[in-house]
Ligand binder design. Structure first.
Ligand code: PRP
Length: 175
């Protein structure tokens, strides 16, 4: 039975790094002409998003977008929106918040889709970058942590729907 094992990113490490990201956002968006729309990508980003927006002292709006990959285990880049944004992003500053970038295919699709809606700016903030697994080059504006190619659970990351609620990121063991 696969279970969460070794902790890769502890609660204090998450808190400290997200605090830094929050300060980066305040620096980059704080003096803008309008407040940004922070878009969380469901499901995995919900915990990171909640902590990130509380770590930045700027006016902002939140929204969510749900995507699934057609791919099954192997990411193919065929991505589908299952739950769309609730508002227009035309002319707005948009910050996409993702939990992980692996092959980069999901984010590439998402960026292309959102760019077509003509935001004023579009940036990406990702908690975890599994850079070894990248198949397509995708621009990341804010990165929390770079990790090796291990299956992670906790803090939004699941294994068969479980363990998203752990307050830290751990390696899955015993699979
Ligand atoms: C994860 C993650 C990204 C995608 C990244 O989602 O949230 O959306 O995979 O992989 P890629 O770079 O190879 O495209 P997942 O399918 O695990 O769904 P979830 O967020 O609902 O857990």
């Amino acid at each position: 039975m696969a279970r969460p094992g070794r902790i890769l990113i502890s609660e204090p490490e998450l808190k400290a790094r997200i605090g830094e990201l929050g300060a980066d956002l305040a620096r980059d968006y704080g003096r803008g002409p309008s407040s940004p729309i922070v878009v969380g990508v469901l499901q995995g980003a919900f915990l990171f998003m909640a902590d990130l927006v509380r770590a930045t002292q700027i006016d902002l709006t939140t929204d969510f977008i749900g995507v699934v990959s057609y791919a099954g285990a192997q990411s193919s880049g065929h991505v589908r929106i299952v739950s769309d944004l609730s508002m227009s992003i035309e002319g707005r500053d948009v910050l996409v918040v993702e939990d992980i970038v692996d092959t980069g295919l999901t984010l590439t699709y998402l960026k292309r889709t959102l760019e077509a809606r003509h935001p004023r700016s579009l940036r990406v903030c990702v908690l975890v970058d599994k850079v070894e697994r990248r198949k397509v080059d995708v621009g990341l504006d804010y990165v929390g942590f770079t990790i090796p190619n291990v299956f992670v659970v906790g803090y939004g990351f699941d294994y068969e729907g479980l363990y998203r609620n752990l307050p830290y990121v751990a390696a899955l063991e015993g699979e």
